[in-house]
Every structure is written in structure tokens, then in C-alpha cells.
Ligand binder design. Sequence first.
Ligand code: FAD
Length: 489
Amino acid sequence: MKTDYDVIIAGGGMAGLITASAIGYYSKKGARVLVVDRNPPEEAGKKTNNGWTCGDATSLNSLRFLEKNIGIKYGTPELEHPVKGVLVYSPDHKTKVRFEGEGYILNRKVLPQRQVADARGFGVEFKFNLSAERLISENGYVTGITGRADDGGAFKATAKVVIDATGSSSVLRKFLPIQSYIEKEINMDDIEATGRYIMDFDLGKEDETYFTPDYCLIHLDQYIAPAGYAWVFPKGKTRVNIGLGVSKSGLSRRNKKFKTADNLQSLIDKYVKDNPTIKNPRLSAGPEYDGNSKGNWQVPVRRHNDCMVANGFAVVGDAAWLPRPLDAGGIGPSMYASVILGKVVARALEANDYSQEALWGYNVEYMTTHGYQMASFEVLRRYLQTLTNEQINYGMKHFLSEQDVRAISERRHPDFNRVQMVNPILLLRALSEYELAKGLRYTAKKSQTLVQHNLAYPVSPKGFADWQKTLLREIGETTEKFKPIEVAG
Ligand SMILES: Cc1cc2nc3c(=O)[nH]c(=O)nc-3n(C[C@H](O)[C@H](O)[C@H](O)COP(=O)(O)OP(=O)(O)OC[C@H]3O[C@@H](n4cnc5c(N)ncnc54)[C@H](O)[C@@H]3O)c2cc1C
């Protein structure tokens, strides 16, 4: 079959640009790869009209993964500020949990320029100012895309493989025109509404629970960030990425309970105003910040799509719901998945086979190396969203062990071993603490089942339907159990 390109990647953001470089890196014969992005070249990777909206934090581990596998190492100015780890504070600020692990706060506006240059270095072509609109198909295979240029011109091109990397609002996956195991729709409760500012400020009252240049701070608080969390990520000694994410239904329950009428923006503004260390905040300005200092967007926070490939097609990044359900971190997962996908696509091109079966290795390798914990984190997230601030205060103080902290740092589900040891009779003194211990114990047990199940991901499409049936039964049970019946607060 003669096609315009070997591969078309729709969406030139974090996932699309790394996938493009990875295909270039792994293709021995040199693949003809086209990246289509709706932005002008100087604004590559911009997520929405209001910028490259992100918390900008990523781990050194994921950056090292890129370097080790495809030889790409970022530097200045895209790695904007180093951090030593993450500190998570309980709602009463009395308990601090430290997750050690170096990382960086990226400059997401600058980074795509570097990523485009990397991809061009591998011979990748670009078409900017072009929105992908629909997939085209033939004989049960995706065979290309249609789109529209900013000047109104229609676009159509064919490829052996099309990759959807258009982010969380993907229309390609949603209107996938062929039979496949890829889920097309996401439940609205699995989407977090998030927003943030990038600001310069004067130092006010010194208080490390509100700002430190060395650590990313996360504040758990069902009043400030219902069913989500708020963050203060340092971009320098007096520059910050500050924002929060909420679940829409969590916010409406919270508003109902407290008879308030807050929305995402009013919550963010209050959060900034109530920070005693951040005084006289103003939007960061200059070429590296203009157009990116204030923005709201959405993040998927469920497990990744149970299947990410079809005949001639794959999804990656937020379009594949890759962000970690617990902290909405999607940069690391995008890096891991994009490299794996690049390798699998390069192999498929060499073998001249673009079937679901030929691309299946992407599902298997991502799941068994990085994705296998995500379903457990989805369950834990759902449970945490039902807790009150008092329960979070108590749980963080009494139930979280060093071992749990280490597990979470290593992206594993904690086993809450302290809860396992607590005598339920003692806990009966306080019903809500007993319920809390019971809930945590349940998530830990469920996590073991889900991890085992995911590590046994079917090696070919043949076993998928049965595998998914079991997964959905396990997940369905927890969704039912952790329905927020009560208003959190
Ligand atoms: C407020 C917020 C805070 C976050 N904080 C963090 C954090 O601190 N750490 C972390 O790891 N993750 C964080 N995330 C998640 C992270 O930003 C995403 O997981 C990551 O950007 C996903 O990359 P992507 O390439 O899949 O999608 P995107 O970055 O959204 O890129 C998609 C690209 O495709 C383009 N596009 C979209 N539709 C089309 C179309 N039809 N045709 C052509 N082009 C199109 C877009 O314009 C964009 O260039 C956060 C997300 C948000 C919203």
C-alpha cells in the first residue's frame, strides 16, 4: 500500500513529540513521520488558548529514562528549577509526608521548541496551524486523517499508522471509525478540572508549609480542593507554579455542604490569597512566560485505556488517559509510553505489519513495566475522595508508615501495614477511624489483586476480552463501594 507517510502523529505536545523522536531513533531504515499540530510553530505544544497549562513537575527518573533509551537529555532553559522531592501536607498542616526523589520543574512553553528540534534531527516533518479532525479508514484499518488548516484549507493524508497524541480532549479516539478494544469515552468523574498561575512574588511570612524553593508542596484539603489537591511548586526563590485540581462532582458536593458557590477559579484565587509566604503575587512575564501564566484545563485521572492500539492506530499521552490517578502526573507516563510506542511502531514498519496484533506489544510493555499500578491508584483515589478532612488528618498521622511513603515514592501502591496491625476493637472507639482503617485495608488488598491481574496482561489480543471482563468486575466492585454518598468536608 502506498501512503503519504509511514506514520502521522496528531498532536505535537509532550507525548506526540517524544513519540516522533522515538520512532526516528528506533527506525533503522528511516521512517517518514509527520507531526500535525494545531498551533503555530512558535507555540508548539500549547494545550489550549490559555497556554501550556501544567504543574510542570517531573521526576529525574523519567528524564533519565529518556536519556538512557533514546539519548535525549534536556538542559537549560527547559529544565527550569530543580527540586529534592515532594512534601504532602494534611489539611491541618500538622502532618508532613516527605517523598524524596529529585525532580525538575519544567518550562513547558520552552520545552516543545527543544522537542521539535530533536524530532527534526530524526528527520520528522511538521505541519503546524493544522487541526486533525477525523480518522479515515479502509478495510478495518485506520489509514489516515483529515484536518483543517488555520486558513480554512482542507487537509487529508494517508499513513500506515496514525497516532493520536492530541491530549485530553481528543476527538480522534472518540470517533474511531473501526472495530477495536479501545474505549472511546471517559466517565466525567474520572476527569479533574485543574488550573494554575505562574507567578513572581515577594517573600512574606516564612513558613515552609506554604512555600520552599527545594520541594514541591501538595496540600490535601477537601474544602480548598475538593476530591483533588492543591499545589505550590517552586520555579525559583520567588517564582511559583501554584494551583489546584478538583473533581466537578466533589466541588458541587462541597458547595452544597458549606452553602458556598465556588468554582475552580475562585478556589485558586483564594488559595493564592491565603498563602502567607506569597505576598504581592503578579503573573510572571517575559518571552518564557507570556501567554502561559494563567490557565485552566483538565486531566484524566483513571487508569490508562485498557487497550491503546487498533489496526493502524495507537493512542498515547492524555489521549490514552495516561496520567497517574493519584497525583495527575502525566509527564513521566507520557515519556515512558512514547518511547515504548516509538519502538513498537518502528518494529511494525520493518515487519510491514500494522495490525492490532503487530502493535499489541505497546499495550503489553507499557502495562508490565509502568502501567500495572494505575488501576490500584484509581481505586485508592476514589477512596480518598470520599474522606473528610478529619479522616485525612488522622490517617496521615497514624496510618502512614515509612514503608508506605517509600512505596508511593516508587510509584507502588502502599500496603498500609500499620492499618493491618491495628486492633479493630481499639478502633471501634471512633467509628470514622475504624471505617478509615477498614477502607485503607480494603484498597491495599484490592491493589494486590489488581497488580497481579495487570502483570498478567494478555500477550496477544486473543486473551483481552476475558482479561478485561475480570478487570472491570474488580474495578466495578470498588466504584460501587466508594461512591461518595456523604458530603466530604
Ligand atoms: C493544570 C495541570 C497541571 C498538571 N500538572 C502536572 C505536573 O505537575 N506533572 C505532571 O507530570 N503532569 C501534570 N499534568 C499533566 C500533564 O500536563 C499532561 O499529562 C501532559 O501534558 C500530556 O501530554 P500530551 O502530549 O498527551 O497532551 P498535551 O500536552 O495536551 O498536548 C497535546 C497537543 O496536541 C495539540 N492538539 C490537540 N488537539 C489537536 C488537534 N485536533 N489537531 C492537532 N493538534 C491538536 C495541542 O494543541 C497540543 O499541542 C498537569 C495537567 C494540568 C492540566
